[in-house]
Structures are given as C-alpha cells and as structure tokens.
Write a protein that binds this ligand. Sequence first.
Ligand SMILES: [Zn+2]
Length: 679
Amino acid sequence: MADGGSWPGELPKASGLLFLCAGFGLITGLVEGVCLYLLQASRWSGETIDCLLVPRGILYVSPLADLALFVVLGFLAAGICGVSRGRISGKFILFLLLMALVFDWLAIAFDLVMDQPYIAILSAGISAALTRRLWRDRERLMAAARRFFWVLAPLVVLLGVAIQLQERSVTEAAAASLPPAPSAGSNVLIVVMDTVRADHLSTLGYLRSTTPNLDRLASRGVLFENAISTSSWTLPAHASLLTGRFPFEHGAELKTYDGRYPTLPAAFQARGYRTGAFSANTYYFAPTNGLGGGFLYFDGVFTNLGDTLMRTLYGRNLMMAYEAVSRSDLPGRKRAELVNAQFLNWLHQDSSRPFFAVLNYFDAHDPYLPPSPFRGRFASRPDVGGVLNGWAEREALNRPSDVQDEQEAYDGGIAYEDDRIGRLVSALAERGLAENTLLVVVSDHGEFFGEHGLYLHKNALFMEGIHVPLLFVWPGHVPAGVRVANPVSIAGLPATVMTLLPGQDRIKFPGSSLEPLWSGSGRTEEGQLILAELVSNSLSTEGANPKRSESLLNSRWHFLYSRGEAPQLFDWKQDPREQHNLADTDQGRKVVAAMMGCVQSHFIQIRQPGCGLAAAQLNPPTGDRLGASRAPATGRAGEDPLRSGLGDPGGAQGTRASASLPEPAHPSPPGSAQKKRCD
Ligand SMILES: [Zn+2]
C-alpha cells in the first residue's frame, strides 16, 4: 500500500477509498451511537430518536452499520465519477461522504426542532463548503481517515465484546441469585397474539376457520368471550398484562414504563422461577420500553439483521423509504416460528427450575403479510395484503376490494399464529410439560378495517379495537370447555395467575382474580366497569382520534368519551358493531351521567362494582333503548366487512351526541405534543 491511501488525482485508489469511507463511517456511527443512547436515556429527544428505541448495544451497532453504508456510498460515488468520464468531479465522492456525516449528526442534534428535509438542505450547504476546503488537503484527509480507522475499528470491536460480556454476566449473576425454586412448581406460559381482535377467531364464532387449534384448546380450558384490553395499542396493554394496572396507573403510554409497580415476572422470579420473554414486537414489548423488569432473559432487541439496522438513523430512513414505495414486509419481522424456537431453546438450557415465560407473536400486525400458505388461505385472489402499513404511513384504503384483501391476509396471519400455538403446545407435550403448565392466550388489542371510518389501531376505543381473546388452559386446575360471558379486563390477568399458582408472595396484584367467574366461588367482577384508555402521546397520533379517550363497559353499556367531544353510548350486546349512539336518549343520558361521574372521579373506585356508583344509575329501567329515537352512529353505515364483503373506507367519524357535559378535571398529560407513530 505504498500509495494506496493517496489521492493525487481526481479519483482515489480503491484501497485508499476503502480506508476513507471506513474512517468516515466509523466516526459518524460512533458519535451517532453515543448520542442516541445518551439522548434517549435522558429523554431529551424528539420523534426520530424516540422511535429508534436503542439499547446500549447501539454503541457498537451504529459504527458498524455506518461503516458498511459509507463504503457502499463511497464506491458508488466513485463508480458514478468513473462512468461520467470526467463530467462529474472526484469532489463528488468527498461531498457525499461529508454530507452523510453532517446530516447524521445534525439530524440527531436538531431532532427536537427541525424536520429532516430542512436538515438535509442545511447539511448540503455545510458539506459543499467543507468539500471546497478539504479538497485542497485531500491527501492529508486520506491519511487522517486511515488513522481514524486503525484507532476506531479495534475500539468498536472491544466495545461490542465488553457490552456482550457485561450483559451476559448480569444475566448469569441474576440467575445465580435466584432463591430456591418450589420442588414441584408448575410453569406459566403466556402467549400474546399481538393485534388480534376477538371477533376474527373461529373460536368466538367467526365465519372463517382461523383458529382450529384455539378451538381445541378452548374445549380444554376456560374461554372469556368478552375480554377487554386496557388500551388499543401495544405498550399500555402489555404494561397492564404485566402489572395488572390500568394506563392511568402505570403511565406507560406517554413514555416508557418506569417500573413504578412490580411485574408478574418479578413475582415469579422472587419464587425462584426462570423468567423469560420472547418478543416479536421488538419496538414496544421490549426492555427499551421499560418492560424488561422481572425477566431474567429478554429476547426482544437486535433479534436479526433487519431489526438491528432499523435502530440506526440511516438504516431506518432507508428502510422506511423502501417500505413507502413497496408492499414489502417490515424489515426484520420475527415470525412466531422463530419466537417458539427461541423459547424452546431457552427452555432446554435449564430444566432444574420451573419457568415463567411471555411470548409475543406479531404476525397479524400490519402490514398483513403472513408466510405462505397462510397469506392465501382465505384469499379470493393472489398476493393479498401489504397495502395497509402504518409504519410507512399508509393508514387508509380507498378501494373496497382492498379492504377485503387486507382482511383476508389479516385472517391468514391469525391462522398462522394459531398454527404455531398448536405446534408450541405439541412441543410442550413432547417435553412432558403440558400437564404442569398454565397456558394463557391473550391479545393486547384489536384492529379496525374501516369500521367507524378507521383502520389499524391506536386510534379509538370502539369494540373492534379493544375486544380481545383470553383463554386459560391447565388440565386438572382449570375446568374444560367453560365459556365466560361476563366482560372482563385483561388487567385481571396477573391477579388470576397468582390465584391459580398461590405462593408466599410479597408482591400482590390489584383487582379481583377472574377465577371465581369459572369456579362460581367468592367475589367476581360482576358489575365492575371495565376501563380502557387511549392517551395522546409522543409516540403516536395514528388515525383521527389523538385526543385522550376513555371507554367504560359493563354487561350492557359501552361508554366512549374523548376530550372535547360529546360522549357516545352503545348497547354493545344488542348492537355489537356500535352503529347506534344512544347517548342522547332518555335512558342513555342517565347512563352517560353516571359514567361521566366515574371519569370525573379519576377512576378512583374503578375496581369497585359500578365504579362506586349506584347500580340503578348504570342500569336505568328500559325506556327508549334501541327505539325509534336512536340515530345511526356513523355517517356511512359500517357493516361487518366480512358479511358485506366491503368495509367502510370512506366512513365518517361517528355522529356525536348533542349532550354537552362538563369537562372532567383530569390532569392533562405532560409532553403530549402530537408526533408520528413509530411502528
Ligand atoms: Zn400490539
């Protein structure tokens, strides 16, 4: 390499260009990694950094990713210069490398105050000025880049090794400090089918055979027909599943979960259990969102190359740009098959202790692109799905046939997850674990397909967004073939699990166990109002309803209230599609007034029957319910898309009832500026 690093003429030699690009890439990525990590840790970040959700490993991932990117960029630029036969100067290479470095750093520095297109213009100006200055000293620049490379490359490798070793030692130390496990402790396995709405399960009467395995499991356990999530998106719902708390309590909606309440895995860890989480929703059910507490092992970040690159600034930008113009799948999507494999591998590593594990399947989440043959299982034509893509900000459809296609692909995703649940249960049986493992199948929220003019989720608390499956299976401990019609909250899951596996626990979970609902003993949730919440937050304003919203549901009424709008009230059993807003009827006004009392009390008595309200207030005598006075709730009828064959792509938001009620004095959430969604 006598003169390999020199740049005497228009174009550098290949080896010199390699060092130049690698040096630029390493320094760019190292600064990026440090800044991302520190800014996010300090919460002094805007939407781009918030959405990257980086763990400490970003300190070596960013430099390595940028090294690769800058080498490709540099050689591409050199190729363009060569092909142009001198019409494009070699300065072009230098300009592009500088532009990539400057944009990267400015995008992070100005994340809070400036959009990326403006940052790109600013970067171009700075880079052009720097190019003119550095072009004259390009040979010195080349030598400096080489020195940078030889200093930074070993540093990044050492950093990666140190972080890996440190994380492994922390895990091993935590495992070594576990208290003695119960000699015959039973296991707990919770499978979260992300984004699966209850009415798309054949187990709950759906016309397509989406869930034959859950059908069989339901015949061996207890199925809750009317389980309600605590929110319509992943982060708050998962926080509720782990803590038994509602979003207004655990606070994991405006920001990551801060660990203010103990979690279910922490309770089992304290019993000496091995605890593990295996997540395919690597953005929200992840330690980087505060949901790693109590898990000795959490496989949820950097799970593959696509997921890893997505955490870097350029990786995310490039993939989002590609996603916007294609119908491709999410980069690095982790299939349920891999989730199962990782869980079973973890199980195999140590059988000396009982386990508590949570698996998250993500295959029914948009874009709906389940693997073959499930993508086409219910399809009326080839290649359905992939049009709706919240990540690429394609959040609505125009052609009625698109709605049908998307639903067919979505149903295929549910069928795929059901198939993998069947295989998981078989794998447990082969290991002799079927009889001493409590299996819980649940979802975190539902999905809209044009109902109420909405798509995806995280935008409203109508039943399509919060009605989810909930199933308990444990031969000999949970009765077989029982169906519970009472509406229940998924926030009752921790208390129920603790009731089924009693121990000398210091950690208690709020609310009533759901067990009396199938055993018929003791107190039940009968009469309790089921709460769901949606808070305008820094991570999402997807859809048309970014305001703070609450949903209260009892055995008959579903009350919906968004700040600044008139409340809505539906008789959800008579009107499951919530087409008829009864808030302005004589009877409805009484119910709405009672429900507003619960909202205005800040839900202090949400776990008391009727939120502490008199039963007569919530169930006034039948008057004009569903009578001639009830008005359609939507501007355009939102029929059941499966039955009608069409969705309601242009449907307006529900007609608001005219009742005007005082605004509750609920504290407004901090930092509720509207920003784009992350997933
Ligand atoms: Zn989710």
